[in-house]
Ligand binder design. Structure first.
Ligand code: GLC
Length: 432
């Protein structure tokens, strides 16, 4: 009797605990948030499944889009409400600083100490500048990005150009030769597609045009400078590509983000494309209309300037609010291991955050253009690394986009941006 009563009490307790969630502090599954093109995310699912089998840890993968602003928004919402998942996520280099300063990231010291390799295999400059906060490492580079010029090798050959353009002026002149002819058979054909929609990608393209004209965004000693003659010329050129030279479609400023640009080019509708290294593998896929017809080169520059790429990339970190930090560390260790980083390169063409993968003979054989990328990354131009960067970016994005749409002159857009960005700097410098 007593035994039966005890069993009943136990059953009631188990049911109650189950209903209230008490006594069960850990969630069952580790959650990883990662973004990319759909085909890329399918490959990530495979990577994660292999980890689950190997380690006996179940991982739920949350599929994010490619758009960095949407990804940031979704993570900020989880962090602000101190949700326990996602436990592990990828962060854009542009906002690691914000996450670190908000104290949302779990330091990775014990993971690095346990791995014995420490940070040695990773790009030192990147880890130091992007992943270190108050002397502690809070993230690791999963992959590095730099803007590149993609071009149609078949069309350059058809119209007698023996190499890709080195200056922006040349790019315009090539496109003006090719576009009218190609449009006869394809009304959608354009000269040059690039990211001009109002989002973070526009910051990267602007930085590239500006830096290739010896301009840029300078934030020093509490003063921000964007309203300079070199930058105005760059912004005017971006506007002119659409409205004066008419070699970039009007959709550039309404909808062109990474994936829109990639798909436009991949359908055979453009001569030139500005995109990140990830586009290479997708252009070579079986279903790509430009398979075998694509070349890759450093971005052009203005006369008297030098080619410049924006420094992009995604870094992996662990949420401070995760309640499965030990398993989370194992997942980060796995994803940043040489074996997995090599798989990511071979399958996706993403550029690893580990230096040792670049020296791998199999990687070099499959991706001979990696030798060119080395130069691109060495000279890559970083965005200001301050915790309030996203506010600076939102201001500049909106004025630049207005300039591309013709609602503000390039001069006016940069003058207004500088004024508003300076107010942001003043506000946050006081706080710090
Ligand atoms: C890529 C880059 C990232 C950049 C973004 C802009 O994802 O890696 O750094 O902010 O594009 O759209």
């Amino acid at each position: 009797m007593l035994k039966e009563a005890l069993i009943n009490v136990c059953i009631v307790l188990v049911v109650l605990l189950g209903l209230t969630g008490c006594g069960k502090r850990e969630t069952e599954t580790l959650t990883l948030a990662v973004g990319g093109a759909p085909a890329e995310l399918d490959f990530w699912e495979e990577l994660i499944a292999a980890f689950s089998v190997q380690e006996g840890i179940t991982v739920n993968m949350v599929r994010h889009p490619t758009d960095t602003d949407q990804r940031r928004q979704s993570l900020v919402t989880s962090m602000k409400s101190r949700e326990t998942d996602p436990d592990v996520f990828l962060m854009d280099v542009a906002w690691v600083g914000q996450f670190a300063a908000s104290n949302w990231l779990e330091p990775l010291d014990s993971l690095l100490a346990a791995s014995q390799e420490g940070i040695e295999p990773f790009f030192e400059r990147v880890v130091k500048e992007a992943d270190t906060y108050e002397g502690r490492i809070v993230a690791l580079p999963m992959y590095i990005d730099g803007g590149m010029l993609y071009y149609r090798t078949d069309l350059l050959e058809k119209y007698g150009f023996d190499q890709p353009p080195e200056t922006w002026e040349q790019l315009v002149s090539y496109a003006k030769t090719v576009v009218p002819e190609e449009r006869k058979g394809n009304r959608s054909f354009s000269g040059f597609v690039w990211q001009g929609a109002q989002y973070e990608g526009l910051m990267c393209t602007f930085l590239e045009f500006a830096a290739s004209n010896q301009g840029g965004i300078v934030l020093e000693d509490g003063r921000i400078s964007v309203d300079t003659p070199a930058n105005v010329t760059a912004a005017r050129f971006m506007h002119d590509l659409i409205h004066k030279h008419k070699i970039s479609p009007p959709s550039t400023y309404t909808e062109m983000k990474e994936e829109e640009v990639r798909i436009f080019f991949q359908r055979g509708n453009a001569l030139f494309e500005r995109n990140w290294p990830y586009a290479w593998r997708l252009h070579q896929a079986e279903n790509s209309e430009v398979k075998g017809k694509v070349g890759i080169a450093p971005l052009p520059h203005f006369e008297g300037g030098e080619s410049a790429s924006a420094l992009g990339g995604w870094h992996i970190g662990i949420s401070r609010f995760s309640n499965r930090k030990k398993d989370a560390r194992r997942l980060v260790g796995y994803l940043t291991s040489k074996a997995v980083q090599k798989k990511v390169v071979l399958e996706l063409g993403w550029n690893p955050g580990r230096k040792d993968v670049y020296r791998d003979p199999e990687v070099l054989e499959r991706f001979p253009h990696f030798t060119k990328l080395e130069k691109v990354f060495t000279n890559a131009v970083a965005r200001p690394n301050v915790p309030y960067y996203s506010y600076l970016s939102q201001t500049l994005q909106s004025h630049l986009n207005a300039a591309l749409a013709g609602r503000e002159s390039p001069q006016e857009a940069l003058a207004k941006s500088e004024k508003e960005m300076q107010a942001t700097v003043n506000r946050y410098s006081k706080v710090n």
